[in-house]
Design a protein around this ligand. Structure first.
Ligand SMILES: CC(C)(COP(=O)(O)OP(=O)(O)OC[C@H]1O[C@@H](n2cnc3c(N)ncnc32)[C@H](O)[C@@H]1OP(=O)(O)O)[C@@H](O)C(=O)NCCC(=O)NCCS
Length: 157
């Protein structure tokens, strides 16, 4: 059942979250990212995001905004908490922040075989704009990345 977005506690990510981000990421992807890799990312001025829940983190998104464009670096929802609207809420929050920061386009890359993520992004009006052949190395063989973009109207201030 979808959790009302008002009940989801979104906490801005910081360096102190590096370990928990690495744990959530490594549960969901074949190739783990270390806590050090997340620390390095989070040390960049252009990188930010949100983690859901303080006591029991259930998901997170990292985005990068620079040069008038934003991109999703990674997005994960822990398995037991999926299909509850957490990812949609995180991406919606990221889009709002990107607009507020003056971004005019939001980009992402997604594995061609990741039907759940593609459906999520299509539902939020991202459209395919390109393909990177063999971008993801997986045990069953390389998988193409689909590039998707959502144009953003400037925020009215
Ligand atoms: C992809 C992922 C982030 C979705 O998270 P989630 O919180 O379960 O997604 P939501 O509940 O917000 O779903 C929003 C929409 O996405 C689509 N969707 C999500 N999971 C889906 C699935 N398993 N099958 C088909 N569509 C799915 C649906 O359109 C859904 O809307 P609906 O529930 O009204 O039908 C999650 O499955 C995940 O962490 N996967 C592993 C990591 C990953 O692939 N990250 C994305 C990398 S690009």
């Amino acid at each position: 059942m979808t959790t009302p977005s008002t009940e989801l506690e979104l906490v801005p990510v910081g360096l102190s979250h590096a370990e928990v981000l690495a744990a959530l990421y490594s549960e969901s992807f074949e190739t783990p990212w270390s806590a050090q890799a997340f620390s390095d990312l989070l040390s960049q001025r252009t990188v930010g995001g949100w983690i859901v829940g303080r006591s029991e983190p259930t998901g997170f998104i990292l985005i990068q905004t620079s040069g008038g464009e934003s991109e999703i670096l990674t997005l994960v929802v822990a398995q037991p908490h999926r299909r509850g609207g957490i990812a949609r809420h995180l991406v919606t929050q990221a889009i709002a922040k990107a607009k507020a920061d003056g971004a005019l386009a939001f980009h992402l890359e997604v594995a061609e075989d990741n039907a759940a993520a593609i459906a999520l992004y299509e539902g939020l009006e991202f459209a395919p704009t390109g393909r990177r052949p063999g971008y993801y190395a997986k045990t069953e063989g390389a998988v193409d990345a689909i590039l998707m973009t959502k144009p953003l109207a400037p925020a009215i201030t």
